[in-house]
Structure formats: C-alpha cells, structure tokens
Design a protein around this ligand. Structure first.
Ligand SMILES: [Cu+2]
Length: 163
C-alpha cells in the first residue's frame, strides 16, 4: 500500500514538472511540451512535436508559423502507404476540434522546419511562432532532444502509430 502511494506521488510530481516546462495558452488552446530532435549531419529539415488541446466550443486550425532556425514552416502528416512511411503537408491547416487534443508526435502529425540554417543538438532550445486561425499567434520554445526520443523512428517505416 505504501509503495503504491509513493509511486503515484512520484509520477504525479513528475507530470507537474514536465507540464510546466513548456505550456502555452492562447484563447481556448493549450499548447504543451513543444520538442524537436537532434538533426543528422547535413540535414536540411528538422521536426517539431507538441500537444494542442482545444477546450473551447469551436474548431481551430494550426495554419502556419515560422522560426529563426529555418526558412520555412510546414505542417505535415505521416501515413503508411504500402508499408512505407510517407509524409505530406496537411492541406488547409491542422484542425483541432473542440474538446479534443491533437498530438504531434513521431509517426504522425508534425511540424517540419524546412531549409534548416544550422544543425540542432540535444539540449538546444529554439523559438518558433505558431499561427492559429482563431487563437492567433503564439510564441513557443522548442526543446531539442536526443535522436532516439520517444520510440526512435530512425526507421519510420518500421514504426506504426497506435491507431
Ligand atoms: Cu515532414
């Protein structure tokens, strides 16, 4: 019993710390934990992940953005097509329905920083601006993590998202 209580206390404490590290509010949107990954040598793109929660009553959309680290900001989705992971831009922006949370994560939706100006390494931070149709402009800070973070999709074709 005591061990269980301790376990819950410990994981709760951890969750609070993680949540306060990068939480942003804009209108009815909650953006949490923006993170990116170390880029391989010579890479011209970098990824961006985060969670976006909509606690409002109308849908919103992530329509564009920008960052100093790259010349272009795109929102992509990754899909398995004939056993191969392919990504393409999300047309018309990424919708976040009321009451829903959309997670940008490896193997799924992600931000693509195209035309990367310098490599990113673990421990780096960089700023980016997200533009939502209704919530407007939000400045966030991306935390760069090690290569294999969250399931290491160095071979994206091998990894199936949860659904
Ligand atoms: Cu992409």
């Amino acid at each position: 019993m005591r061990r269980i209580a301790f376990f819950f206390a410990a994981s709760f404490g951890l969750a609070v710390t993680a949540a306060s590290a990068g939480d942003y509010k804009a209108g009815s949107l909650d953006i949490s934990d923006p993170w990116s990954r170390t880029t391989p040598k010579g890479s011209s793109v970098a990824v961006g992940y985060m969670k976006i929660k909509n606690s409002g009553t109308t849908p919103d959309r992530l329509i564009s953005g920008s960052s100093d680290v790259a010349s272009k900001f795109e929102v992509h989705e990754m899909r398995m097509e004939g056993g191969v992971a392919k990504m393409r831009p999300v047309k018309g922006g990424l919708e976040i329905k009321p009451g829903e949370t959309v997670e940008l994560k490896p193997g799924s939706f992600h931000v693509m920083f195209v035309g990367l100006k310098k490599p990113l390494s673990a421990g780096d931070h960089f700023k980016a601006t997200l533009v939502f149709e209704k919530a407007g402009t939000v400045n966030v800070d991306y935390d760069v993590r090690a290569m294999g973070s969250e399931g290491g999709d160095s071979m994206p074709g091998m990894k199936m998202p949860g659904q």
